[in-house]
Design a protein around this ligand. Structure first.
Ligand code: 26W
Length: 816
């Protein structure tokens, strides 16, 4: 599909940019100021998208199409200029226009702040999904939070991570529309009065609440080809003039100002945790705030064309991105029962039929639980509703499985104990018609393990939707050289139908194509080498094997296993046991949660190992270790196209899917990975010859845990190569100036503590790395495999994932 609807001439674009320079920014034209050029170009694009939002809305209205609302506390959208230009079909025109004026479009793009409104995988997935929904002409909208501060900026000081605030809104955000006219009022705190209605029915009233004002900011989301423009709505918290006046009138000026500050604090910052529940009150308020603003808005829109709720589930689908927005279950019930006076049973049916839940993690520490006492203080009416949902649910379970108290306890929405806790995953499960995992392995684990009781009860609710990524950002935008080669070879239909890449297979052993493919990888590696030398003053050989491990730093992702391998290679070389045949550059990037001590130590370890290796003349031409600071979407876009080898080595059973793995495959890197998450499906697609799989399988690990038969000390005793790596951590080889700082690694293993199974996977890992080295020595063979990876990556498009959601979850009833 060629983007024809958006033909724009260079002179029209120039007129528009000049107009915004003069009228929106009050600056002289022409200009060579990159910031001003970025802003005026963005405004020009926004103009076009604004028109298209209105047209798209007219179309949706006319067809009365079902709307999908994607609720997420995170949207890691990345920079928008490049993506918007591509999807509007204006990229080339814009680049040429700028080039003629002596301006490099890439420099202009660099001006854009990268909005870090997410932690990692879950937030980036949400952003890919928005792109795919718009491209597939689905009426799908994102709802999230307009954080004033995104994920912290990472700086490195003597190898240690330091966090700096990310004030991404300090400059103008040219993409968003602030819609003060659509602000809403959200009740919070207060108390419940237990009334009865005229018929003697229990009719509780939520009284004396405070309120927060939700102010929407809309960011256009343009689909490829520019036909459909949806939007992402982000709510910021504020307080209203009226509300202040009320308190002002009571004469309490200080309290009024305090309230205002308190309200605005709610959307101040994104919680920088991606696996550990914070348990902070403010986070709960954020979750509630998002859900309450969103549901008000959804109902307002629905009510434009409807008088009652009968058609609600046919007109509205709400997808909850993990449990973070799972209070939607209670809030929708509250709105239907308390505000629209629907009978409980009817409201419950509507709620269940409308909501669906995606689970993104099996890590126990990430499963959200909130103290009932906290809910009672913040949202007392919701707690009541949750108790009532639970009462009715447990009644059904007790009727179906009599005398099974254990089961009731396991399935309850409430965990009893010292203090009662609400299990948010159970709330989401019970209140939805669908629950999905994000890769086939992950969905199986949910069924068999975490949610097995629920699976036994409602097998039909469990669905798998393997994650995907948008090829518009991750190939067309990030890797223009490869995108062009592909388009020259098979045409451009891959941009909206990634399965077309299969047509590259016949070219995988054609010399001309292979040479071009290899030249492109080499050029991308040169670009990355330049970035590395500019940021770290480190010179990198673009002909070395680029072996890349980039993602959040977490023990289960096993950056430590990678470092152990690097240390192993280093020791082998300096002790003369190995003559290196392939020069290797190991590249890391990723942020650690600020309170996660081990993750931060791992960052320090990477730096120190790097310092020793990079300065050691004996391995000067063989090994380099690089840590690129402040990982972000825009940095990923620069790193991934340059990868030879993609490290996806999490402990099997822990990584729900992974999406970085897919980005690397699409960009012609080979993967070394465990049978975890979507790696399993990448193996199926690529074929065993084209991916390097090693290590324990998920069920083997579960089995070892169950039988308690993993003892790290035994591995230390049995395997000399493990011993000397761990000894090097103990012996200060990598911390001569800060003695003892890495001993914790050694001591952990000696205490038989290694929850992430580094040692059993170590030998298989170094073996597979030896195989990789041997294969890299044969560039023809390597290139062929890389091409086959690209050709077979079609399944991992977010277009496929979104079609799956649409068919299996959002329009399930329409189909049957
Ligand atoms: C409450 C604290 C918290 C915050 C975020 C707990 C858990 C999370 C997320 C669920 C973590 C996350 O990003 N999960 C990742 O989701 C990706 C998209 O589905 C998957 O590809 C990754 O495997 C998974 O780790």
């Amino acid at each position: 599909m060629k983007p024809t609807v958006n033909k724009i001439s260079k002179s029209d674009l120039k007129t528009s940019i000049d107009y915004h320079l003069r009228c929106s920014l009050c600056k002289e034209t022409p200009t060579k100021d990159y910031r001003d050029l970025f802003l005026s170009t963005a405004f020009s694009l926004r103009d076009r998208m604004a028109e298209k939002i209105l047209h798209t809305e007219q179309r949706y209205q006319a067809s009365q199409t079902k709307r999908v609302y994607y609720l997420s506390l995170e949207f890691l959208i990345g920079r928008l200029m490049g993506n918007n230009l591509h999807n509007l079909g204006m990229f080339d025109v814009c680049r040429e226009f700028m080039a003629e004026a002596g301006i490099d479009i890439e420099e202009v793009r660099e001006q854009e702040n990268d909005p870090g409104l997410g932690n990692g995988g879950l937030g980036r997935l949400a952003a890919c999904f928005l792109d795919s929904m718009a491209t597939l002409d689905i009426a799908g909208f994102g709802y999230g939070i307009h954080y004033e501060y995104g994920l912290f900026k990472q700086e490195i000081d003597n190898g240690y991570q330091r966090e700096k605030p990310d004030n991404w809104l300090a400059d103008l955000n040219p993409w968003e529309f602030k819609r003060t006219d659509e602000k809403c009022i959200i009740p919070i705190k207060g108390r419940i009065e237990h009334f009865q209605d005229r018929d003697g029915e229990y009719n509780p009233m939520w009284l004396d609440w405070n309120f927060i004002v939700g102010i929407p900011f809309d960011i256009p989301v343009v689909g490829y080809g520019g036909k459909t423009v949806n939007w992402l709505r982000l709510y910021g918290a504020g307080s209203s003039a009226d509300f202040d006046i009320q308190i002002f009138n009571e004469g309490d000026y200080f309290r009024a100002v305090e309230q205002k500050v308190e309200s605005e604090t709610i959307t101040k910052m994104l919680y920088p945790l991606d696996t550990i529940m914070s348990g902070r009150e403010l986070r709960l308020v954020q979750e509630y705030f998002l859900v309450a603003c969103t549901l008000k808005d959804i109902i307002r829109r629905y009510m434009k064309n409807n008088e009652n709720f009968d058609r609600f589930p046919d007109q509205v689908a709400i997808q909850m991105n993990d449990t973070h927005p799972s209070l939607a279950v209670a809030e929708l019930m509250r709105l239907l029962v308390d505000e629209y006076a629907l009978p409980w049973g009817h409201a419950w049916e509507i709620t269940q039929q409308t909501l669906a839940y995606t689970n993104h993690t099996v890590l126990a520490e990430a499963l959200e639980k909130w103290p009932a006492a906290l809910l009672e203080r913040i949202i007392p009416r919701h707690l009541q509703i949750i108790y009532e949902i639970n009462r009715q649910f447990l009644e059904k379970i007790a009727a179906r499985y009599p005398n099974d108290v254990d089961l009731l306890q396991r399935m309850s929405l409430i965990e009893e104990g010292e203090s009662k806790q609400v299990r948010m995953a159970h709330l989401a499960l019970v209140g939805s018609h669908s629950v999905n995992g994000v890769s086939s392995l992950h969905t199986e684990i949910l069924k068999q393990d975490n949610f097995s009781d629920f699976y036994a009860l409602w097998p039909e609710r469990f669905v798998n939707v393997t994650n995907g990524i948008t090829q518009r950002r991750w190939l067309l935008g990030a890797n223009p050289r490869l995108a062009e080669l592909i388009t020259d070879t098979i045409g451009d239909s891959w941009i909206t139908d990634l399965s077309q890449l299969r047509r590259l297979e016949p070219h995988a052993d054609q010399t001309v194509f292979m040479d071009e493919f290899r030249d492109i990888k080499r050029a991308n590696k040169e670009d990355l080498s330049k970035i590395i030398s500019d940021t770290l003053w480190l010179s990198i050989d673009p002909d070395s094997l680029f072996d890349i491990h980039i993602k959040r730093i977490h023990e289960y992702k096993r950056q430590l296993l990678k470092i152990m391998h690097i240390v192993h290679e280093y020791l082998q070389i300096i002790r003369g046991e190995k003559t290196p045949t392939v020069a290797k550059t190991f590249i890391f990037a990723g942020k650690a949660a600020p309170g996660y001590w081990v993750a931060k130590q791992i960052i320090k370890l990477i730096h120190n190992v790097g310092q020793v290796i990079n300065q050691d003349r004996r391995v000067r031409d063989a090994l380099k270790v690089v840590f690129l600071p402040d990982y972000s979407v825009s940095l990923a876009e620069k790193i991934i196209p340059a990868a030879d080898l993609s490290e996806q080595i999490s402990m099997a059973g822990q990584e729900a899917s992974g999406t970085g793995n897919m980005k690397f495959m699409l960009n012609g890197a080979l993967t070394v990975g465990t049978l975890d998450g979507a790696n399993v499906e990448m193996l199926e697609e690529a074929g065993a010859d084209n991916i390097f799989i090693f290590g324990l399988k998920a069920e083997e690990i579960t089995d070892m845990i169950k039988k308690k038969n993993y003892h790290p000390v035994e591995y230390y005793r049995l395997f000399p190569e493990i011993r000397r790596v761990l000894d090097a951590f103990r012996d200060n080889t990598f911390c001569p100036d800060e003695q003892g700082i890495f001993q914790w690694i050694y001591h952990r293993m000696m205490n038989n503590e290694d929850s992430y199974f580094h040692l059993p996977d170590f030998s298989p890992y170094i073996q597979v790395q030896d195989q990789i080295e041997a294969e890299y020595l044969d560039p023809v063979n390597w290139t062929k495999k890389a091409i086959l990876n690209v050709a077979r990556s079609g399944k991992f498009s977010s277009d496929r994932a979104i079609s799956d959601y649409n068919r299996l979850i959002w329009n399930k009833n329409a189909q049957s």
